[in-house]
Ligand binder design. Structure first.
Ligand code: 1PZ
Length: 215
């Protein structure tokens, strides 16, 4: 049987994993990055089954990265930096059109990375929201400013529909499981800079290697 503890999400947990993501030389540990995503998926699953098509895709991508980590070349996948270097040096990435490497670490992580930008924008809105703010509106604004630009029409349509099923702000805060709204705001204030930094380090790395548009 699954222990209740495993199902229970806390925002604090996600905060802690993102905190452990960055090494002192600003490398991103893939293992912790993936753990952070696992926590986010857990959270999404608490919001209702409408989101399962979204979490399924995230879970798929997490699994691809875990397989690389646990594979025979796992040593190259310890950090995002080493992964990018290894896959590019070994020509394991489709650079211009999809073909031989649909499961490269670089293209797979890029999808999660783009979603992290959505999360950053959404949490920032949540952090500065008031009691009567609408989570669906905050969510779709954040989406339109980020991920939507990378999604085909049909996905945007499906995502847009799912957003209307989001619970209200109060329920959202309950699911985050950190306490009073004031405490949620405080934890959000602590979490956001960490997520932003992980995002920025990854963004810079991908920009330097000219791989921000991998197919
Ligand atoms: C809390 C509400 C959740 C809102 C999440 C907002 C993001 C909506 C994204 C809709 C994605 C729909 C499913 C699949 C999309 C894929 O086509 C793309 C591109 O991958 P490819 O086809 O190239 O392999 N996948 C993605 O963009 C990754 C999406 C991950 C979404 C994770 C959301 C995490 C939310 C955390 C909740 C706190």
């Amino acid at each position: 049987a699954v222990a209740l503890e495993d199902l229970k999400f806390t925002l604090q947990e996600v905060l802690d994993t993102f905190k452990s993501c960055l090494s002192e030389h600003k490398e991103v540990f893939l293992e912790h990055y993936v753990a952070g995503w696992r926590g986010l998926v857990k959270f999404m699953n608490c919001l209702g089954s409408v989101f399962s098509f979204i979490s399924k895709d995230a879970v798929n991508k997490i699994q691809i990265l875990v397989n690389h980590l646990n594979g025979e070349n796992g040593a190259h996948y310890v950090t995002i930096q080493s992964m990018v270097k290894y896959e590019l040096d070994s020509q394991l990435v489709d650079l211009t059109k999809r073909g031989s490497f649909p499961e490269s670490g670089c293209r797979t992580l890029l999808r999660l990375h783009r979603a992290l930008r959505w999360l950053e924008l959404f949490l920032e809105r949540l952090r500065t929201s008031t009691e009567d703010s609408n989570t669906s509106v905050m969510c779709s604004e954040a989406y339109n400013e980020s991920l939507a630009q990378h999604h085909a029409w049909i996905i945007r349509k499906a995502a847009g529909t799912a957003f209307w099923a989001l619970p209200g702000r109060a329920t959202f805060f309950d699911v985050m499981n950190v306490g009073s709204p004031e405490q949620v705001m405080a934890v959000l204030g602590d979490t956001l800079p960490l997520i932003s930094e992980v995002y920025q380090v990854t963004e810079d790395l991908y920009a330097q290697n000219n791989i921000l548009e991998l197919p």
